[in-house]
Design a binder for this molecule. Structure first.
Ligand SMILES: [Zn+2]
Length: 610
């Protein structure tokens, strides 16, 4: 074990060459250099992976994700009324969901005298009441379908939606089943008139969530022997067994696959387990064939849970980058927990149980237990107990990557402490226990999840200083040897470092970097201009635990160096937190910039002094 304790930062004497600015910009690009493959390295890497799962990622558990409200529910429907949105948030807080995707955003069609659209009203209300807790998908307006220019009109709706802040496009199961043209013919899922909308979604990076077809039983005779009888009895329009009126179920699924094939740049999230929860092999095949297809599990755990859990588990592991958590939780005048009928309205506590049954199914190996949506049928399900690294993809990593361009900026709290303390580099001081946690765990360039290097970060503040603590799991350290501790090393970012970019005043920000050797660097920036001579006199300490394969870092930065005005309780600054791990090609961020450089102040999140 090596411990480097802070040495006072010497005055930077090197000349700041004018090319540094350019160097800096280039080197913070996230270049994807492949890791050299070598069997010996791989063997060592495997050993490391074991110790990482024991040590560094102890807090990387479903319980912790829920405590930190990291989960994203990809499939919800919330009516745009204050009390409905408030009720949804209360339940989200109880069960540990951070962001809900409301698929019922509405159309973007403006009203008479340019009155705000349904979408603008719904999104506006939720953003005003609970900023950062909801993303909204918009729904297509089919008005004018019979006109020759509908395709262009639909593409224009997508453009408007992006401008209004839509996170995606949701199509309900209207196509092929309910929507009819002026001649009374059903509008087909693969009607070329819709390609304008699908293509535009791909161009603008808007994912499409699409529901077509339904469970097989909805095409079987409408009688008490139907296994979905309770549900069908209460929803007669869900029965599609009349062959004069409705196409066969597989025709619908095949039509959607043709759409997915001819729009390879558009991501289609096929809801309800790819609209075919009953046929695992079909789902496997469809996902394998179409890289632009994903699936949510909304309202289909009762159905998926009937299959052999070993087979389901294998399917989830095989397609772990393509399956997302969703529930079809709905808040209208009553709650709907996946589906509903004439039964008494569920309570908030029923909603809690509904979510907890999802955790039980995904996280345990329990056999034959009653599922979460009784109206869907009288049978039991068996859990699939996914490993944590797959679970986190299903719960939030895949959704974050998919929704990266519309994710709300994150907030990290700096917790107030009464007195200053000396750094030990090990986050051992009791004060750290008070701090809340943020995670640096996605590639900054494109939000690709990087769970193996997930870096925990904590912030504290006193009257005089801001403290930052990082816990970094690693496989192989890349550092400059011997370390240069008496002066700053320019280019420190070319090897392993943790970084903080802190902005107290618009138009300028400060940057701090520390390496596992305790080499460090600070500078101040105004747009493209940067001053490496600037010195905050910040202290740092690091500890490398070679047994656990974790290096930790503490920084103590004078508040005077950070801003002209001292923060108070309630002050908000902007911040972004990063890490570079050369050996794993990890250039990761707390708030991914999506630009290929860390220097993107628009993507800095919020530093809240509490
Ligand atoms: Zn739904």
């Amino acid at each position: 074990m090596q411990i480097y304790v802070d040495a006072p930062l010497g005055k930077l004497i090197a000349n700041v060459a004018s090319s540094w600015a350019n160097q800096r910009r280039q080197s913070s690009l996230c270049v994807s250099a492949p890791l050299p493959y070598d069997p010996a390295t791989m063997r060592i890497a495997l050993l490391f992976a074991v110790s990482v799962s024991l040590g560094a990622t102890a807090a990387d558990t479903p319980q912790q994700w829920r405590a930190d409200k990291r989960l994203i529910d990809m499939h919800e429907h919330i009516e745009g009324l204050t009390q409905r949105v408030a009720r949804a948030v209360k339940i989200m807080d109880t069960v540990g969901i951070g962001i809900e995707v409301n698929l019922s955003g509405g159309t973007v069609t403006r009203g008479a005298s340019d009155a705000p659209s349904e979408f603008e009203r719904n999104k506006g209300l939720a953003d005003r009441l609970y900023p950062g807790r909801f993303l909204h998908y918009f729904n297509l307006d089919y008005k004018g379908w019979d006109e020759a220019d509908f395709s262009e009109r639909a593409a224009k709706q997508v453009e408007d939606a992006v401008r209004m802040g839509a996170a995606g496009l949701k199509e309900f199961k209207r196509l092929g089943l309910y929507l009819r043209d002026g001649k009374g013919q059903l509008i087909k899922i693969d009607d070329p008139k819709l390609d304008g909308a699908w293509k535009k979604c791909g161009e603008l990076g808007l994912p499409v969530s699409i529901h077509i077809a339904d469970p097989r039983a909805f095409w079987l005779p409408f009688d008490q022997k139907n296994e979905r009888w309770k549900e069908l009895r209460d929803h007669k329009p869900w029965w599609f067994g009349d062959t004069n009126k409705y196409p066969p179920r597989m025709d619908l699924l095949n039509a959607l696959n043709r759409v997915i094939e001819r729009n390879p740049k558009t991501t289609f999230v096929c809801v309800h387990f790819a609209n075919n929860a009953e046929e695992l092999e079909w789902v496997d095949d469809a996902l394998s064939k179409h890289p632009n297809m994903m699936a949510d599990i909304a309202a289909r755990v009762p159905e998926i849970g009937r299959h052999d859990p070993t087979q389901v588990r294998a399917l989830f592991i095989k397609h772990q980058d393509r399956i997302m958590f969703g529930t079809d939780f709905q808040v209208y005048d009553r709650l709907i927990l996946g589906s509903s009928g004439s039964e008494p309205p569920p309570t908030d506590d029923d909603a809690r149980v509904f979510f907890e049954k999802h955790w039980r199914w995904l996280e345990t190996r329990d056999k034959d237990w009653p599922h979460m949506t009784p109206i869907q049928g009288d049978w039991t399900i068996s859990s699939i107990g996914l490993p944590n690294e797959v679970l986190r993809k299903v719960y939030f990593d895949n959704a974050r990557k998919l929704l990266a361009r519309s994710l709300p900026l994150p907030t990290i709290k700096a917790v107030r402490i009464d007195s200053d303390f000396d750094l030990d580099g090990k986050l051992a001081n009791a004060a750290w226990k008070k701090a809340s946690t943020g995670w640096i765990d996605a590639q900054s360039r494109d939000c690709t999840p990087r769970a193996k290097v997930a870096t925990e970060v904590k912030l504290l503040w006193s009257d005089n200083n801001l403290y930052l603590g990082y816990r970094c799991p690693y496989e192989t350290l890349s550092t400059f040897e011997p370390p240069q501790l008496d002066k700053e090393r320019l280019g420190l970012w070319d090897k392993d470092v943790v970084e903080a970019f802190i902005q107290s005043t618009p138009g300028e920000y400060t940057e701090f970097e520390v390496a596992p050797t305790n080499e460090k660097l600070d500078l101040i920036l105004w747009g493209e201009k940067r001053d490496f001579d600037w010195s905050s006199g910040f202290q740092s300490a690091v500890n490398v635990d070679e047994g656990a394969k974790v290096w930790t870092c503490e920084m103590k930065i004078s508040l005077k160096a950070l801003g002209k005005t001292a923060p108070q309780k309630g002050t908000n600054w902007r911040i972004n937190l990063y890490r570079c791990d050369k050996a794993q090609n990890a250039y990761i961020a707390w708030s991914p910039t999506l630009t290929g450089t860390y220097h993107t102040p628009a993507k800095f999140g919020v530093l809240a002094f509490e």
